[in-house]
Design a protein around this ligand. Structure first.
Ligand SMILES: [Zn+2]
Length: 83
């Protein structure tokens, strides 16, 4: 018979595992969307203002969808994907 402490530990472990998988799923979506944009010829353009996303931003995050300025503005807003 598992004690409640054991169950709690188990649940915390499960929660961490689920959160990790969710994070993977969101990362995967970002990658797939980046590939779609590459195919569509819109890769590297900011989806908010349409400007070219600078090299530095893209090399830091090859899935970047916004230029640095818009990313900063957006982060003050409600994010589309949970971090
Ligand atoms: Zn922008």
């Amino acid at each position: 018979m598992m004690s409640h402490d054991d169950v709690r530990h188990r649940l915390q472990h499960e929660r961490a595992a689920v959160l990790a998988r969710q994070h993977d799923a969101f990362a995967l979506v970002e990658i797939l969307e980046a590939i779609e944009r590459l195919d569509a010829g819109t890769y590297g353009s900011c989806r908010t203002c349409g400007d070219v996303i600078d090299e530095e931003t893209l090399s830091a995050n090859c899935c970047a969808r916004r230029c640095f300025d818009c990313e900063v503005t957006k982060s003050l807003d409600i994010p589309e994907l949970p971090a």
